[in-house]
Design a protein around this ligand. Structure first.
Ligand SMILES: [Zn+2]
Length: 406
């Protein structure tokens, strides 16, 4: 059994202990101590990292009655054997405090937010997860946005009142008389976390000493989940970080658009509408330009045998534009056409005039066999995409394929 020092003091960052066993868990070196301040992954809160005698602790596993296993970095490939730990050794443990404190803020914030949802919206917390960036609570029922705002405000009120967070131990039988927010799963001695007049929970996690240290509880989003609602939130240092991210993004956007913050949504809407209009205008102009471009393309063709081959790469053309041009050229008598986009993977449209005895689909197929991609079509018009290879080679192959039969 390991004495869990964090049960009574969440602020303990350094401690001394004796090595009880050294073993392996899934091929990783695992050390069990007689006492530890390291929090193992459990109850929705992730493990601590840190060091034992300077050797990095990368994971902490709760083995219940077999103690807490500290997974330490393997030094086998290193010349330095000083970090080796043996049974009976005295070790000095240090935990990564910024990471732990961040977890304490999120975890205590969760108690306060869950209690607020229960009080303000009669919405019970079914489960809780502390993520690497954002944490979530799953509520038993759907809640409306105003209820979320009310709960968020009520939670922050508790933060600003700077209430104490009290730790005590009681027997499960005795705990039945307490107004616990959630029925405890454990029996025997329970660890009770109480925020007076706010929340009483049986919990083994690490918490801040007073609610003021949570800093801020900020709800970032909500979505329907398993018949209830999943609410994502951040507290303390993470709330500051997310505010900074939003603030940087908004500031940069305002600079681009030269508007005030309140005008940002309408400015984006306007820019999108403008963009849509421009796309329409480009399409219209392309259609007007197509006959002239087609005439130029037709004139640039190479007469081979009975008909003229046009195999060209066209800058700035998407699939519809390539198709329109290939069609326009092939509307003349005596043409075999293969047009390609300018950047890989290449788009291609193959077309032929009604009097030309070449199968456009077969030409495309022969190109795809050599240069990859997908596509298909009819004898007079075929189109594909995803071709890869040196363009001169592709153009050469297209000319050869179109020439067959001439
Ligand atoms: Zn807790």
């Amino acid at each position: 059994m390991t004495d869990r020092l964090y049960y009574t003091d969440s602020y303990l960052t350094e401690f001394e202990a004796t090595v009880q066993s050294v073993g392996e868990i899934d091929g990783r070196r695992a050390v069990v101590l007689d006492r530890t301040a390291f929090y193992p992954t459990s109850g929705g809160q992730p493990f601590d990292v840190g060091s034992l005698n300077g050797v990095r602790v990368t994971d902490v596993i709760d083995q219940e009655s077999d103690g807490i296993a500290h997974i330490i970095e393997d030094r086998e490939d290193s010349e330095d054997r000083e970090g080796e730990l043996h049974v009976g050794d005295r070790v000095r443990g240090m935990i990564d405090w910024p990471r732990r404190f961040e977890h304490m803020q999120q975890h205590t914030g969760q108690h306060v937010l869950s209690a607020a949802f229960e009080r303000v919206a009669s919405a019970r917390t079914v489960s809780f997860h502390l993520g690497a960036d954002v944490s979530t609570i799953d509520l038993h029922r759907d809640v409306a946005l105003p209820e979320i705002h009310d709960a968020e405000e009520a939670a922050n009120q508790v933060v600003w009142e700077d209430r104490p967070v009290i730790i005590r131990f009681t027997e499960a039988e005795e705990a039945k008389t307490l107004p616990l927010r959630k029925e405890p799963l454990r029996t025997g001695t329970l660890r009770i976390i109480e925020i007076p007049d706010v929340d009483v929970s049986a919990c083994g996690g690490t918490h801040v000493a007073r609610t003021g240290a949570i800093g801020l509880v900020s709800v970032l989003g909500h979505e329907r989940f398993r018949g209830g609602m999943r609410v994502s939130f951040v507290c303390g240092v993470r709330a500051l970080r997310s505010l900074r991210t939003f603030s940087d993004a908004v500031t940069a956007s305002l600079r681009f658009l030269s508007v005030d913050p309140a005008e940002l949504p309408s400015a984006i809407e306007r820019a999108q509408a403008e963009n849509k209009g421009l796309k329409r205008e480009i399409k219209h102009l392309q259609e007007r330009l197509a006959p002239y471009e087609a005439a130029e393309l037709a004139a640039s063709g190479q007469r081979i045998g009975e008909w003229t081959i046009v195999a060209r790469v066209l800058e700035g053309c998407d699939a519809p534009a390539l198709k329109a041009l290939a069609r326009a050229v092939a509307s003349r008598a005596g043409y075999g056409v293969a047009l390609f986009s300018a950047t890989p993977p290449y788009l291609v449209v193959v077309a032929r005039s009604a009097d030309v005895k070449v199968d456009a689909a077969a030409v495309l197929k022969s190109l795809m066999t050599r240069f990859g991609g997908r596509g298909g079509g009819r004898p007079d018009l075929a189109q594909g995409g995803g071709l890869q290879g040196p363009l001169p080679e592709i153009l050469h192959a297209a000319t050869d394929a179109l020439t067959v039969g001439s």
